[in-house]
Design a binder for this molecule. Sequence first.
Ligand code: FAD
Length: 108
Amino acid sequence: PPDVEELGRATWTFLHTTAAYYPEKPTQTQRVNMLSLLRALPVLYPCSVCAQHLGENMKTRPPDVSTRAGLSRWLCEQHNEVNGRLGKETFECTVEKLDERWKDGPSD
Ligand code: FAD
């Protein structure tokens, strides 16, 4: 079975980075594809408990693919939900903090 921690770090890196570079005004094609990418995770993610939790969370809180900020925040909140369950720290879901971590790096 895959290493759930390594898989998780790699997947969060991919997802948060993709959200950080998602367009401010995505086209319909970009939205549809992002939604497909996210909806595939509960079906295909190779950690079945993770996939199950994500699927439940996505039912109560559907992904926001309408803007870069909306998507970044939605993912951040999903990640925080997992952090809470695992006893990890909560991340502050502002565009500033998210861009610093996943796009621009720290200023100065
Ligand atoms: P990670 O949680 O992997 O975080 C990597 C980096 O992201 C952190 O160092 C930090 O800089 C940054 N970060 C932290 N929080 C946020 C945030 N909210 N927004 C943006 N950036 C942030 N593991 C389980 O044991 N059980 C599960 O049910 C489970 N479900 C998962 C569901 C999904 C969809 C994914 C992708 C992973 C899941 N994992 C689960 C794995 C888990 O989330 C961690 O990836 C893993 O435990 C390694 O944790 P870590 O402390 O190295 O940092």
